[in-house]
Design a protein around this ligand. Structure first.
Ligand code: NAD
Length: 342
């Protein structure tokens, strides 16, 4: 079978994890043949490290070269429309790193263009593919803990140094980091969000954006999600996900959402014994990125919706936009419809 030819756009920090994951997990479906970066030195280092045959310093040249079937867009969030629209016009499928877009309305325009052109567009919210999260989703879908009522997902880290493009982002903690957490809450809740209330704090000295968020989401059917994501937890780093259903609870605890540290998932159905499952995977984030890409490639040419499709991600973007609206009003409850109308 012919392998999909992948072009990496933006060969900075996260691009290393992507290529390693693609090669380990999706190597039978694809080959990374090209990279593109406006920084020649970064590009050369990347292409030499990973032995890539083609390198470009202009996205236009890469897109028009005819050398790639899929683009993995791994640039800062300010670089989205000038790659996504031309790639779609050339029939190139795209995986976009999170955040999908600056605003929900931009994301909507990307999805419409891709659907019109019959191009697969996905978003790199790879943390759904972490083993404990996949297991939690399977347990929920099996009915073992009954109907989901509540999802609490908190993340505590000591992230006091932020450099590069991140320090100038006005939308920082939610848009750049806890969008992963929100995406998982929504996925585990399994319903569309209706209302969001968020409180943010600007506690970082060297950045423009917020660095602390406490947030509540109301989903349909009365399901509630909550999140605290702090970059100011000096010690005891923790990433926890708790789901309470009508017939039991589950709890996943590890040190950080992307870390390789062991993760313990406890499942306790009502009337049954609590059991613990441990997950330990080397290069867990890279492997999840590989799985994310594999799912996207497998959906090309099929009618099946890709799990992290751009269309699916609109609901996560809607939570993000509603959260910023709420935070700008000191935590007032915001109807997600308002984010859709903005
Ligand atoms: N999914 C995750 O777990 C995860 C983790 C970290 C970063 N990210 C996301 O990945 C993206 C990149 O983050 P990063 O940490 O790798 O940043 P980075 O600064 O390390 O790398 C970005 C690269 O993009 C290049 N670039 C900028 N504009 C470009 C353009 N117009 N054309 C081609 N190249 C261009 C830069 O020169 C740089 O090399 C962001 O959207 C970020 O939110 C995701």
């Amino acid at each position: 079978m012919k392998k999909y030819r992948i072009g990496i756009v933006g060969s900075g920090g996260i691009a290393r994890r992507h290529i390693e994951g693609y090669r380990a997990i999706a190597g039978d479906l694809c080959e990374v043949v090209a990279a593109c970066d406006i920084n020649q030195k970064t590009l050369d280092n990347y292409c030499e490290t990973y032995k890539l045959p083609l390198r470009f310093t202009s996205t236009k040249e890469l897109i028009e070269s005819g050398e790639v079937d899929v683009i993995s867009l791994l640039t800062p969030p300010s670089v989205r429309d000038d790659v996504i629209f031309p790639a779609i016009e050339h029939g190139i499928h795209i995986l976009v790193e999170k955040p999908f877009a600056d605003r929900l309305s931009d994301a909507v325009s990307f999805v419409r263009a891709a659907e019109k052109a019959g191009v697969v567009l996905g978003v790199g919210q790879q943390l759904r593919y972490m083993q404990d999260t996949m297991a939690a989703k399977e347990i929920i879908e099996s009915g073992e803990i009954g109907d989901v009522m509540f999802v609490a997902h908190d993340h505590f880290q000591n992230r006091t140094k932020t450099g590069g493009w991140r320090k100038d982002e006005k939308r920082l903690e939610i848009s750049i980091f806890s969008i992963h957490v929100l995406d998982r809450i929504r996925w585990l809740a399994g319903r569309p969000p209706e209302k969001v209330s968020a409180v943010t704090r600007y506690w970082g000295d060297d950045v423009r954006g917020e660095t602390f968020t406490a947030l509540t989401i109301q989903f349909t059917d009365g399901v509630v999600g909550t999140m605290v994501s702090s970059w100011h937890s000096p010690t005891i780093p923790e990433c926890r996900v708790r789901v309470d259903g009508t017939a039991g609870s589950l709890l996943s605890v590890k040190k950080a959402i992307t870390s390789d540290d062991p993760c313990i998932l406890t499942i306790h159905p009502v009337g049954g014994e609590a059991r613990k499952q441990e997950y330990l995977r080397k290069s867990a984030t890279s492997m999840a990125m590989g799985e994310n890409m594999k799912c996207l490639l497998e959906s090309i040419g099929t009618e099946s919706e890709f799990m992290n499709s751009g269309r699916d991600n609109l609901q996560t973007m809607a939570i993000v936009d509603a959260a910023y609206l709420s935070a700008s009003r000191d935590g007032e409850m915001v109807d997600v419809d308002e984010a859709w109308r903005a």
